[in-house]
Ligand binder design. Structure first.
Ligand code: HEM
Length: 473
């Protein structure tokens, strides 16, 4: 029976670890190079776990559209399980009724178009503040660390939207930011015990378990205090933040006697938002600015479009974004080349099935290499070039319908934060290129801008983006 199975091609494995030794510090790159040898559907083994690696748009469509219901589970992994209160969140919750309920809250309550719209003033105030800060540095001829500015923007906006206020000016805020960085790093960390259970002691001895425990406890204390504050202070008529909304749902559920979402679920959702919603958003803005600095003609064309749309107005606003077609093309091109989460979020199959003629067994983990699909020469002409023009004469989009461009995933488990991320990104980039001309500091000019990638789950620039900004008048 077993012998009749037609499994996808696999590279050679080593005993015990399987193919783990072939996944280097940039897994999307090593998996891409393996897939050029073994094909767009490749079966690896990480320890005892079968892992299907998907590297073409057709294979991704098969997994995330045609057989989406079979591939909508997430594997239970030790680190997210500990951080998100036993997977009581949305991103890592197993596929089923609980996930459906939490996803519904995300899509209909927290991330609905109306709600995203209700935070317009937060976005406008925070982007204006960023422009003022850059303006001050420009007045004193100082170099601007644009990476820091954009990270602060993404963080401050989400803090206001989710928690009702910013924390960046306090010591607590600095700690919060460091903890978030650690959280994202932790989520990208490989836990030996997940794949080779009898070697789980390595995670204890290496100090990994202790670090995760410390982080989880810190966030728990922090979010407890946020919930307590919201319960004791009536925020009145101002627009509701995520904590207000989640506490309201909790109270209504209690009144109706429905199995309620507990405090742990609320804290888990909030942690999802920060882990998935800040680092990714800031990564796209940072890469976009880096590519614009590397491609002065593209920068000029974009500045022309934005400045013409602004006309005599002091500020470009969200109302103007709709007509900024070139800006949208720049955003897409940036997401194509620099997929913020290059391997998306791992899925897992819940039953035996066939994919493109190959047998895939239940319990197989599935990694979709969106980064590699975005650079597939069969889909994209000169894929390594940054060329927004490629999007001007077609309707290819990143909302999960066109599988050659899936930075937000697709299907049931696709990202519910697309609208939130898109409007903030477009507004921030439009404001920057409207108000300033940018150049590289002399030293960087000599060496040309280094756009290499850092290692880790989110692909950032390896070095902070330092620029000289001059006011455009
Ligand atoms: C540029 C910004 C962003 C990128 C590139 C991104 C990317 C992703 C990806 C790749 C997934 C997994 C999709 C899949 O399995 O098919 C995901 C899921 C998710 N994202 Fe995002 N995301 C971004 C922004 C946000 C924001 C701003 C939020 C909320 C504040 C958010 C909340 C979520 C949630 C809750 C899920 C889990 C969905 C589920 O499993 O049902 N994301 N995101």
């Amino acid at each position: 029976q077993q012998a009749k199975k037609r499994l996808p091609p696999s590279p050679k494995k080593l005993p015990v670890i399987g193919n783990l030794h072939q996944v280097g510090p940039s897994p999307h790159r090593s998996l891409q190079s393996l897939s050029t040898k073994h094909g767009p559907l490749m079966l690896l083994r990480f320890g005892r776990v079968p892992v299907l690696v998907v590297s073409s748009a057709d294979a991704a469509r098969e997994i995330m559209k045609n057989q989406d219901s079979i591939f909508s589970n997430r594997p239970k992994l030790a680190i997210p399980n500990r951080i998100f209160y036993g997977s009581k969140d949305v991103v890592f919750a197993p596929y089923g009724d609980y996930w459906r309920k939490m996803r519904g809250i995300c899509v209909n309550q927290l991330m609905s178009p109306k709600r995203v719209q209700s935070f317009r003033s937060v976005r406008e105030q925070e982007t204006c503040l960023m422009v003022e800060n850059i303006g001050r540095l420009s007045d004193s001829n100082s170099v601007v660390n644009l990476s820091d500015m954009l990270a602060l923007l993404a963080n401050d906006v989400l803090c206001r939207v989710a928690l009702g206020r910013k924390y960046s000016n306090s010591d607590k805020g600095k700690e919060f930011k460091n903890m978030l960085t650690e959280e994202v790093e932790m989520l990208g960390t490989f836990c030996v015990g997940d794949y080779i259970p009898w070697l789980a002691w390595i995670d204890r001895v290496s100090g990994l378990n202790g670090k995760v425990e410390k982080l989880a406890k810190w966030f728990d204390r922090f979010l407890e205090s946020v919930l307590e504050e919201h319960r004791s202070i009536d925020v009145g008529g101002t627009s509701k933040d995520f904590v207000d909304i989640l506490l309201e749902i909790q109270q209504e559920n209690e009144k109706d006697g429905i199995s309620t979402i507990g405090d742990d679920a609320i804290k888990a959702i909030l942690l999802n938002m920060f882990a998935d919603g800040t680092d990714t958003t800031y990564s796209v803005m940072e890469w976009t600015m880096a590519e614009l600095l590397k491609h002065p003609n593209t920068m000029e064309k974009l500045q022309k479009e934005v400045r013409e749309a602004a006309g005599n107005k002091e500020e470009i606003t969200e109302d103007d974004l709709e007509k900024l077609h070139y800006l949208k093309a720049v955003f897409k091109e940036s997401l194509r080349l620099h997929v913020p989460v290059p391997l998306l979020v791992t899925r897992e199959s819940t039953q035996d099935t066939k994919v493109m003629g190959y047998d895939v067994t239940a319990g197989t983990q599935v990694i979709v290499n969106a980064w590699s699909i975005g650079r597939d020469p069969l889909l994209w002409k000169n894929p390594e070039d940054f060329n927004p023009e490629r999007f001007l004469d077609n309707n290819i989009d990143f909302r999960g319908m066109h599988f050659e461009l899936i930075p937000f995933g697709a299907g049931r488990r696709g990202c519910p934060g697309i609208a939130y991320a898109t409007v903030l990104n477009e507004l921030a980039i439009a404001k920057l290129v409207h108000k300033f001309n940018f150049d590289l500091p002399d030293q960087a000019k000599k060496n040309d801008l280094d756009v290499s990638e850092s290692a880790g789950i989110t692909a950032h620039l390896k070095f902070p983006l330092l620029v000289v900004a001059t006011h455009y008048t």
